[in-house]
Design a protein around this ligand. Structure first.
Ligand code: GRF
Length: 199
């Protein structure tokens, strides 16, 4: 049985599209059953609908500081669609430790840097400013601490002498799409699992 997978987005959704395309392969072990955005205007929502995927928008703004309220709404839509795996793909909301715990080992994220370097935002500009010669992308299991958690896949790209953040981002996004599809495959097949540390 293919794992029913939801993708959470906030923006353009190019990683989302890469996962939707990868999941078209008959032997792909995950089915993209739902795309959810916290931003009702996310361009990725239209892209998902064009690809025939069910979408939902849960605007976080009416919830204000009530993160748990937003997450209750999110959880009920994931439950309603029988979701087994969650992929964060440019989802720009921090999730509470309680929500993350519910999805432990079943929620993955892509980050545009070679973690543990350059957690957080503006990774490409920061890599250039630091004089990094190599940069890249990481797919990891989500844990309560942001941009941390067991690494599933990484890919590196060179940082060139005349790089701008935009040029570097364009080089990184190509490998993001590849490693995210490969990582979701590995997780859906059970080849990458989070196990409790033995006592
Ligand atoms: C990607 O660079 C991803 O790594 C980061 O946010 C960006 C989202 O891009 N978390 P897209 O919406 O997938 O095109």
């Amino acid at each position: 049985m293919r794992k029913r997978t939801a993708i959470l987005i906030s923006g353009r959704g190019s990683n989302m599209s890469a996962l939707i395309d990868a999941a078209k392969a008959p032997d792909y072990p995950a089915e993209i059953a739902l795309v959810v955005s916290n931003n009702p205007d996310a361009p990725g929502l239209a892209r998902a609908r064009e690809a025939g995927i069910t979408t939902a928008a849960i605007d976080h703004r009416p919830f204000g500081k009530d993160r748990a309220g937003f997450e209750t709404a999110l959880q009920s839509i994931l439950d309603a669609h029988g979701i087994e795996l969650v992929c964060l793909a440019g989802f720009m909301r921090l999730l509470t430790a309680e929500f993350v715990a519910k999805w432990q080992g079943r929620m993955i994220n892509i980050h545009p840097a070679l973690l543990p370097a350059f957690k957080g935002l503006d990774t490409h500009a920061r890599a250039i400013a630091a004089g990094a010669k190599t940069h890249g992308a990481t797919v990891h299991f989500v844990v309560p601490e942001m941009d941390s958690g067991p690494i599933i896949a990484q890919a590196a790209v060179p940082v060139l002498a005349d790089d701008t953040p935009e040029r570097l981002a364009a080089r990184v996004i190509v490998v993001e799409h590849k490693i995210y599809a490969a990582a979701l495959r590995a997780v859906a097949e059970g080849r990458n699992r989070v196990e409790e540390e033995p006592d």
